[in-house]
Design a protein around this ligand. Structure first.
Ligand code: HDD
Length: 720
């Protein structure tokens, strides 16, 4: 090793990125120059001033390009420890992907408490207004493998780890407030049926196949969830524009041990938004990382996404009088019946420095609750409390996954757990048990430690589903009737598409028999589109659908959309000779709205604008289809538009935007492209001739409406 006491500090620093020099970073010992890293650690320096490449044992590497061999063309040698170590490590780079939620994307941020909730919970993070608690969030899809595309029709995971002062709290939720099944024992069957079929190993990240719909149609408790997954909730435009839910009923417990039931809701500040199904399919081709890229871009550019944490609080009396069992995870409590109360906000402001270390290795567990938060008897939640700890052992390879920085609490923690694979927190000293008479080590504390809510429980040991869980259709109908006409159309289209991929006719018909218990028009529409000749009878129901429940506007995405275009993206297709003044004004108007503008041009090198200035494009037309944007505009010169008219991708750009009911702005020169795209005769309030740079603010304010869904029935009639 190097003897630092004999070293000489030299007044020179070299950094790899810039090659610049400064005064403190290089230490010379004898003839060895060492580079001091950020944490004060020393690295050897290579000939070009960069850190020296070493083996994992710290041995300096002379040649990382050629393995050791006999002669220039001879066999390789076992002596080559550097080669062996490098390949050995590479061979073991992968860990098992999550059995569900394999594809995910995470970010760091903080949670800020609005006001003390001392009366209802002793949870430390809710005791002080303005308190900031660090969080890590992982969004995910459920069914697809790690490399599947982002816009699969699927539930999205919304898992939040709060690093509180009294231990980690994991709120492991989804973007849908209910679940498919009422008992965790059904989870393996549900997931087997949803994922690719085991003999053929397809379809990937899709529920549009026989096994899924076979299981679902034999599981009436899933019908409420079927309405949600066939709605646009499962094709969100961005993680930033979706809600999150804790799903189950939990308990808040105060310092006196009194309990209040609680359901958790995350509300995105920028409102809800989803894409159209045809658009989702195309996004998957154009940018399979669409959701990742969106979150990355937003956070890297300082547009930090934000959600409010809201709660529905209720007591036993409310639970006893509510229409449904609050322990049944296939049911909501409508927000109109029990309003949500905002209790804090979460801001995501930092991407992980290393995807594997944090997003892949993060281990969420429903049983991670701090004092003041407790479980209810929801059988799905109780089953989950077993599953999550168990799965981490398999995935992360040993019991010490809590030592990984992403999983370790940020508060002090002490116990007598020891050893095991990859132990990184190793206590020193003799005493590793308690009680001990040496007065060493941590001690339990009845007053400060976690106290489980002392619920009264008694009864026979049985395998039973309570009668109160038996109404599987009323809330499904309520969800359907609470949607706008466009959203109802989308549910019918989604069911038709999914069931059209089911080969077994009896399964299709069984699904129609369930739909008849939800909404007759929906059932008939889907049956007709599937070409079912004779309508089946409605499915036998343990409890028939109740009288119509009140419509719940909170269940619609369209009715809870944004008020403005903020956080969205306008794609502007431009040609050489584009009006420089108009383009510049459009950009400033969009940016004033805190939205993004990206340019698409025939060449990615960009175009020359009317004033001779060069404008660089973000995308070449083939790589920037309109599905990647929330709204589009076409700005052209007379000569430029002639070229665009010849490009199939430019015609698709406009035709797709029209079909997906987007706003389309265009200047006079661009009109011929609308003609070529076949939409010139169908212009409506969403196709806007840009009124010159003065009227751009009005155009951008229209964009806040996001879509012209009224256009859709016309398109279906073959207008465009
Ligand atoms: Fe689960 C992962 C959400 C039911 C068993 N689940 C997982 C993740 C989310 C959810 C968001 C990904 C966490 C991450 O990003 O690492 N799961 C839910 C919700 C459910 C639900 C909202 C119903 C309300 N899950 C559920 C049941 C079981 C599981 C009933 C088993 C009995 N879930 C798991 C798991 C996973 C998981 C196998 C896979 C990887 C992991 O846990 O860490 O244990």
């Amino acid at each position: 090793m190097f003897n630092l006491s004999q070293g000489t500090i030299v007044a020179k620093r070299t950094t790899r990125a810039t090659g610049s020099t400064s005064s403190t970073d290089i230490v010379t010992i004898h003839d060895q120059q060492l580079h001091r890293g950020k944490g004060g650690e020393l690295h050897q320096i290579a000939e070009d001033g960069a850190e020296l490449l070493t083996t994992s044992q710290g041995g300096p590497v002379a040649d990382d390009q050629n393995s050791l061999r006999i002669g220039a063309r001879g066999p390789l040698l076992v002596d080559d420890f550097h080669f062996r170590e490098k390949i050995f490590h590479f061979d073991h780079e992968r860990i098992p992907e999550r059995v569900v939620h394999a594809r995910g994307y995470g970010a760091h941020g903080f949670f800020e408490t609005y006001e003390p909730l001392t009366e209802i919970t002793r949870a430390d993070l809710f005791q002080r207004a303005g308190e900031k608690t660090p969080v890590f969030v992982r969004f995910s899809t459920v069914a697809g493998n790690k490399g599947s595309a982002d816009l699969a029709r699927d539930v999205r995971g919304f898992a939040v780890k709060f690093y509180t002062q009294e231990g980690n709290w994991d709120l492991v939720g989804n973007n849908i407030p209910i679940f498919f099944i009422q008992d965790a024992i059904k989870f393996p069957d549900l997931i087997h049926a949803a994922k690719q079929e085991p003999d053929r190993a397809f379809p990937q990240a899709q529920t549009a196949h026989d096994n899924f719909w076979d299981f679902i149609s034999l599981t009436p408790e899933s019908m409420n969830m079927v309405m949600w997954i066939m709605s646009d909730r499962t094709i969100p435009r961005s993680f930033r524009f979706m809600e999150g839910f804790g799903v189950h009923t939990f308990r808040f417990v105060n310092a006196k041990g009194a309990s209040t039931f609680v359901k958790f809701h995350w509300k995105p500040k920028l409102g809800l938004q989803s894409v159209a199904w045809n658009e989702a399919v195309k996004i998957n081709g154009a940018d399979p990382d669409f959701h990742r890229r969106d979150l990355w871009q937003a956070i890297q550019s300082g547009n930090f996404p934000e959600w409010e944490l809201c709660v529905q609080l209720f007591d036993q009396e409310f639970a006893d009088n509510f229409d449904f069992d609050v322990l049944d995870p296939t049911k909501i409590i409508p927000e109109e019946v029990l309003p949500v109360k905002p209790i804090g906000r979460m801001v995501l402001d930092r991407m992980p420095g290393n995807f594997f270390a944090e997003t892949e290795q993060v281990a969420f567990m429903t049983q991670n609750v701090p004092p003041g938060i407790d479980f209810s008897n929801d059988p799905l939640l109780q089953g989950r409390n077993f599953s999550y700890l168990d799965t981490q052992l398999k995935r992360l390879g040993g019991p010490n996954f809590t030592h990984l920085p992403i999983n370790a609490p940020k508060c002090p923690f002490h116990n007598f757990q020891q050893d095991g694979h990859m132990a990184m927190r190793n206590p020193v000293g003799r005493v590793n048990y308690q009680p001990n008479s040496f007065g060493e080590g941590p001690r339990q504390s009845p007053s400060k430690g976690y106290q489980h809510f002392a619920a009264d429980e008694n009864g026979q040991k049985v395998r039973l589903r309570p009668e109160s869980f038996a109404d599987h259709y009323s809330q499904a109908r309520q969800f359907f009737l609470s949607q706008t006409p466009a959203e109802q159309r989308h549910i019918a289209m989604a069911l038709t598409f999914e069931l059209s991929k089911v080969e077994t006719v009896a399964i299709r018909e069984r699904m129609i028999s369930h739909l008849l218990n939800i909404d007759e028009t929906l059932a008939t529409t889907v049956a007709q589109k599937l070409g079912i000749q004779a309508m089946p009878k409605p499915a036998d129901a343990a409890i028939p659908t109740r009288q119509d429940l009140e419509r719940s506007p909170a269940l619609s995405i369209v009715e809870n959309g944004p008020k403005r275009f903020e956080g969205r993206k306008l794609g502007v297709l431009v040609t050489d000779g584009v009006d420089a003044k108009l383009l510049k004004k459009l950009k400033t108007t969009i940016e004033k709205e805190k939205a993004l503008l990206e340019l698409i041009a025939p060449k990615v090198g960009g175009v020359t604008a009317s004033d001779g200035s060069r404008v660089e494009a973000h995308h070449m037309i083939d790589g920037g289809p309109s599905v990647l944007f929330d709204a589009v505009a076409v700005l052209a010169s007379p000569a430029g538009i002639e070229d665009l008219e010849m490009e199939a991708t430019a015609r698709d750009f406009v035709a797709d935007a029209f079909q997906h009911c987007k706003f389309i702005g265009y200047d006079e020169n661009a009109f011929p492209l609308l003609v070529k795209a076949g939409i010139a005769n169908d212009l409506d309030e969403g196709t806007i001739l840009l009124p010159g740079d003065e009227g751009l603010a009005a155009f951008v304010s229209e964009l806040g409406k996001l879509r012209v869904w009224g256009r859709e029935p016309g398109i279906k009639l073959g207008k465009a």
